[in-house]
Ligand binder design. Structure first.
Ligand SMILES: [Cu+2]
Length: 96
């Protein structure tokens, strides 16, 4: 009985709570000249509805964004960084 309940929690819960599989987008970001820029970009990305987290790599001039595809989309992410003063493009090196 307890075992069965545990199995339901382990298997059933992720399916119902995470209806959409999070997607990861990698953006090539321009105009990043210091580490402060990366913080600005991260904050701009995290303000976009549906974005779970954003990681900005200053050395590689990229932003790795985890988002809910039901609420956010790559064009919205590009727009957010561009509006913050950092035009970006979707990086095409990642598998779909
Ligand atoms: Cu800067």
């Amino acid at each position: 009985m307890i075992r069965k309940l545990l199995a339901c929690i382990l298997i059933g819960l992720p399916i119902t709570t995470f209806a959409a599989t999070p997607q990861t987008a990698v953006l090539d970001v321009q105009n990043m000249t210091c580490s402060m820029c990366s913080i600005t970009i991260r904050k701009a990305l995290e303000k976009v509805p549906g974005v779970m987290n954003a990681r900005v790599d200053y050395d590689h001039k990229t932003a790795i964004v985890k988002y809910d595809p039901d609420k956010a989309s790559p064009p919205a992410l590009v727009k957010a960084t561009t509006n913050a003063g950092f035009p970006s493009t979707l990086h095409h090196g990642t598998p779909k």
